[in-house]
Design a protein around this ligand. Structure first.
Ligand SMILES: [Zn+2]
Length: 125
């Protein structure tokens, strides 16, 4: 009697089924099983993989705005209280003047020197 061969086939099929279920669960973000996934304000990134990609782009937006702000403070005159007339005067490059998630150009106010992202969910950056 060779029962061990049959058992290993069933065991392998069960393992494959569990792997498929786990993959579907992670790729769909748990919606397949009725779970709630954390939705972003802009509605992007429905899967867990997509959400982590957009979290990376959120971090890039924060970094871009930080670079632009420090460059504005370098190019501003604290005695005369003047700021660069346009965001391009910081000479950082075109990639730093728009949001990496939505592609919207950053809002810059030359009278106050303030720069902000207009993308939904990035208002506090
Ligand atoms: Zn942004």
């Amino acid at each position: 009697m060779r029962r061990t061969q049959g058992n290993s086939l069933v065991g392998m099929l069960v393992a494959v089924a569990i792997l498929i279920l786990a993959t579907v669960f992670f790729v769909t973000g748990g919606k397949f099983m009725g779970g709630q996934s954390t939705a972003r304000a802009d509605g992007k990134g429905e899967t867990i993989i997509g959400q982590s990609m957009y979290r990376g782009k959120d971090a890039k937006c924060i970094s871009n705005i930080g670079q632009v702000r420090s460059s504005i403070s370098i190019n501003s005159d604290p005695v005369e209280n003047t700021y660069p007339q346009s965001i391009e005067e910081t000479r950082l490059g075109q990639d730093f003047y728009k949001c990496p998630v939505g592609g919207e150009p950053y809002e810059y106010d030359p009278t106050t020197g303030k720069v902000r992202c207009v993308h939904k969910g990035h208002e506090k950056y």
